[in-house]
Write a protein that binds this ligand. Structure first.
Ligand SMILES: Nc1ncnc2c1ncn2[C@@H]1O[C@H](COP(=O)(O)OP(=O)(O)OP(=O)(O)O)[C@@H](O)[C@H]1O
Ligand SMILES: [Mg+2]
Length: 468
């Protein structure tokens, strides 16, 4: 017992030198300058971790010693309650999580739907599958940057009111909280819905360019509606159809602005042919990658949101039915938050058997309030990479809460050299403070994980992969 105590003291002094406290460290006499990871879980407190390690999480790190322990991963059940990975550019979200998780899901037979931000994701997932010896995976690519994209005639999908409003929301955007003039948003949404309903009734793949031509002037719109318009579409379009000709272009400008970015030949090449249906993407094993380019501004956002909103609508339709396991991995998700209702997706997709993995550079990129809180509350697993911003670190620290701790103060009495007083104070300290979240001192690929299905406590992992 004595020896054990001595060893323990020796290890503590080692930790003192390292300046990092782990869950098994004693409280030091003076906390200043220490990284405090005493609130993290030990490997023993995470018995399920690694037992069904389908989605790899690198190696467990002992914070006090910095020693890497065994390889770990998350089980399908852990991911069923969704995950959010946050890290600045270059921190390894794509390399450490998106690619290996997509490959693991494909290997396990998931319907795997990924947002491809850079255009390089599909080859990376392909290389990962080859490296793991997985073959025979089917793949479809709905990406206008790709020379031979698979066609996706989105207008053909708009067969009911819910799908029409999902598409209109992707193109016009979500209603902004506190918008002083919601009337304009309502009118633009109504007109877009009517235009899309008319296009769907034409029973052809219709491109954004054709939609623009149809709404270009009042006469063209009237002709289009009289050829294909349903009574409902006529009501939705009545603001434009009955407008004073002088006001027509003002009334339709929101719809024109929303369609213009998509009216380019590369997008026409996809939306003008009908090979992939969203129901197919969710109905069996295989990869569906949709383009969500960052550099293309509104074009990339509109295209990705269109695909995603129609997919989400189909996810809702799966409720209660016999669902094929599916995973939806959305890199750089935050920039779509103005068009895609992530809170709704996250709060409803579990029941539909769809796991959602979001990656973002900073939690602050999600609009403050309902959206940000909804995303955080509904992603039961949260992974933060080194270098996350102040808002992210603050939000994560708040989410982890506080824990009781004994603080020891040593006071040496000035006039008595050998006399000192020791005060023990019980107080509540953050489970992890912001510095421990944005600056983990364990190496560049070390992340902090908080996975509620596994433990209320967070833990540290090293995601570095050899050969990269
Ligand atoms: N797990 C890892 N092991 C070794 N190197 C890695 C790892 N993750 C990332 N890297 C290195 O960091 C680089 C950037 O990683 P990655 O593109 O995954 O970052 P990211 O967080 O997705 O950035 P962005 O937000 O810009 O997309 C990689 O090209 C690779 O060199
Ligand atoms: Mg990336």
């Amino acid at each position: 017992m004595r020896t054990w105590h001595w060893t323990r003291v020796a290890l503590d002094s080692f930790a003192t030198r390292g300046g990092v406290l782990g869950p098994d460290s004693r409280p030091p006499h003076n906390m200043s300058g220490y990284y405090d990871y005493r609130g993290t879980a030990t490997l023993r407190e995470l018995p399920r971790l690694g037992a069904h390690d389908l989605f790899p999480l690198g190696r467990f790190v002992n914070p006090r010693t910095g020693r890497r322990k065994r390889e770990i991963g998350l089980a399908p059940g852990d991911i069923a309650t969704h995950a959010l990975a946050v890290g600045p550019t270059g921190s390894g979200k794509t390399t450490s999580l998106v690619v290996p998780w997509a490959a693991a899901a494909l290997d396990a037979g998931y319907a795997t739907i990924v947002a491809d931000v850079t255009g390089a994701l599909v080859p990376k997932i392909g290389a990962e599958l080859i490296a793991s010896g997985v073959s025979g995976v089917s793949a479809a690519r709905i990406d206008y940057r790709h020379p031979t994209p698979d066609g996706w005639a989105f207008v053909r999908e708009l067969s009911d009111e819910r799908r029409l409003s999902a598409a209109a929301q992707a193109l016009i955007g979500r209603e902004r909280p506190g918008d002083p003039q919601p009337f304009f948003w309502q009118r633009d949404t109504r007109l877009m819905t009517g235009l899309l309903a008319t296009a769907h009734a034409s029973r052809r793949p219709v491109t954004a360019r054709e939609l623009l031509a149809a709404v270009h002037d009042q006469r063209a719109l009237r002709a289009y509606v009289s050829a294909y318009g349903t009574p409902r579409a006529q009501v939705l379009l009545s603001d434009a159809l009955a407008a004073d000709p002088f006001d027509y272009s003002k009334i339709t400008s929101g719809v024109v602005n929303a369609l213009e970015p998509l009216a380019v030949p590369q997008v026409d090449a996809i939306t003008g042919n009908d090979r992939v249906r969203i129901d197919d993407a969710l109905s069996g094993s295989g990869l569906v990658a949709f383009g969500a380019p960052l550099g293309d501004g509104r074009l990339g956002e509109s295209f990705a949101a269109l695909f995603l909103n129609l997919l989400i609508e189909r996810v809702h339709a799966r409720h209660g039915g016999s669902a094929y396991p599916a995973i939806l991995i959305i890199d750089e998700a935050a920039r779509l938050a103005d068009r895609v209702d992530f809170e709704l997706l996250l709060s409803t997709s579990r029941a539909a058997g769809v796991s959602v993995v979001l990656a973002a550079q900073d939690i602050a990129q999600f609009p403050e309030g309902r959206v940000r809180d909804g995303v955080l509350a509904n992603c039961q697993t949260l992974i933060t990479m080194p270098g996350v911003g102040a808002t992210t670190a603050q939000k994560v620290s708040e989410r982890l809460g506080t824990r009781p701790e004994i603080e020891i103060d040593h006071h040496r009495q000035t006039n008595h050299f050998f006399a000192s007083a020791v005060n023990r104070r019980h107080q509540r300290v953050p489970v992890l403070d912001t510095r421990e979240i944005f600056e983990p001192p364990f190496g560049p690929q070390c992340a902090v994980v908080h996975s509620r299905p596994l433990s209320p406590k967070p833990f540290v992992v090293d995601l570095s992969r050899s050969g990269l």
